[in-house]
Design a protein around this ligand. Structure first.
Ligand SMILES: [Zn+2]
Length: 406
């Protein structure tokens, strides 16, 4: 079996072949630490953690970069609301809570964890290159990427640029200055008193999407194997990232596999602070073990829109205890190759963690009934460790392993 993964670009499952055999470069869009993070974030980062572990298990040297968007409209808004509190302080406070949540969930730390504000020179350089390539223009201190100059703008969304222009664009700003409706800011003027940096176009700050392009190029090179993020980032953020990166490097494709996780809803409603329906990972972990939360998150396929109901974790208790009790029966015997092969077959088909866990549930039932074949508890424990469960001995922050590599 070989690993096959779905890419949003092309909308199909393809055999996964990294650019350099044995090495995998992953970039996953990180959080904007202006507020608390919720269960939807945990869903995304646990899924990519498990994928990263599986790629390592398959023999790859995985380099995983996840950024922090520490300058944007939301950060500035919160800073103003808190009486001009420094943005770095707000960032550090929220980021520490977020990282503590992920540590408890045994999510491996990123190989590189870059802050956007540490990459202003790279952002300015990328913007300059795009202007020189004839794909961006300057209007009174603002620099816009001109979407219509990039052949294939709309490819990630699978539509033409005309169709894309009809969609509601959450990033629309300064419309009166733009040549086209899909043009987006690479560099922007700021309001007096807002954080700003010197640039060839006057003092200002970066646009959102160019930050990720500059950081992925700085730490992973001009082309990457996997780009991850929530499905809500496909337009415009990731469409913009392709246009920017390929304009800077002249190389196609910027990314081989675009992997987007589904949205986690609460009782069928999108979680949002304004609706007051945020479920926080740390509240759940006050009541349940982090591994039980990991089991819940991985029992959903990463691409589905999962629907969380209060009580879902409680209902998972028996299943969790069975897996743990069966794994605890593992000795130093050789693991059963059949169990490993069955779990791998599920993971190889677009990283189907629910199907892999179903295989392991059946093994656990046999082991606890005393009808298991030799090596089954050992194979069960090993595959649970590949999926990152601390109780199965998976290396990670929850088991005292703080290194980003396995
Ligand atoms: Zn991003």
């Amino acid at each position: 079996m070989t690993l096959r993964l779905y890419s949003s670009l092309g909308r199909q499952v393809r055999e996964f072949v990294p650019l350099t055999p044995g090495r995998v470069a992953i970039y996953v869009c990180g959080v904007t630490p202006y507020d608390v993070t919720h269960l939807g974030h945990a869903f995304s980062y646990v899924q990519f953690d498990a994928l990263r572990r599986y790629l390592t298990f398959l023999g790859n040297d995985v380099r995983y970069v996840q950024n922090v968007t520490d300058i944007d409209d939301d950060m500035i808004m919160v800073s103003k609301r808190q009486g001009g509190r420094p943005i770095a302080e707000i960032r550090d406070e929220n980021d520490a809570i977020f990282r503590n949540d992920l540590d408890r969930l045994n999510v491996l730390r990123p190989t590189v964890y870059p802050f956007a504000t540490d990459h202003i020179p790279q952002i300015i350089e990328a913007t300059r290159t795009i202007i020189e390539a004839g794909r961006a223009y300057v209007v009174d201190g603002d620099v816009f990427f001109e979407a219509a100059t990039f052949p294939g703008y709309g490819q990630l969304n699978g539509v033409t640029i005309e169709e894309l222009a009809k969609r509601e664009n959450p990033e629309s700003k300064r419309e009166y200055k733009k040549r086209g409706p899909l043009d987006f800011l690479l560099w922007q003027q700021v309001d007096p008193g807002d954080p700003s940096w010197e640039s060839p176009w006057g003092p200002g700050r970066p646009g959102w999407s160019i930050e990720c392009t500059a950081m992925s190029m700085a730490h992973l090179g001009q082309q990457i194997d996997i780009h991850g993020g929530g499905h809500d980032l496909v337009f415009p953020h990731h469409e913009n990232e392709i246009a920017q990166a390929e304009s800077v490097s002249g190389k196609q494709p910027f990314c081989g596999w675009w992997m987007h996780n589904g949205m986690l809803q609460l009782d069928g409603v999108k979680m949002s602070k304004s609706l007051g329906n945020l479920v926080l990972a740390r509240h759940l972990m006050a009541e349940f073990e982090p591994d039980q939360l990991r089991l819940y998150l991985l029992s959903q396929h990463y691409r589905t829109d999962a629907n969380y109901h209060n009580g879902d974790l409680l209902a998972l208790g028996g299943r969790f205890e069975r897996l743990r009790a069966a794994a605890a029966k593992a000795s130093s015997d050789s693991p059963s190759p059949a169990v490993g092969a069955a779990a791998r077959a599920a993971l190889d088909e677009d990283f189907d963690t629910p199907a892999a866990l179903h295989v392991l549930d059946e093994v656990a039932t046999r082991v606890l009934a005393g009808t298991g074949a030799p090596g089954e508890p050992e194979a069960l424990r090993d595959m649970l460790a590949v999926l990152g469960f601390a109780f199965a001995g998976a290396k990670g922050p929850a088991t005292g392993h703080l290194s980003p590599s396995l």
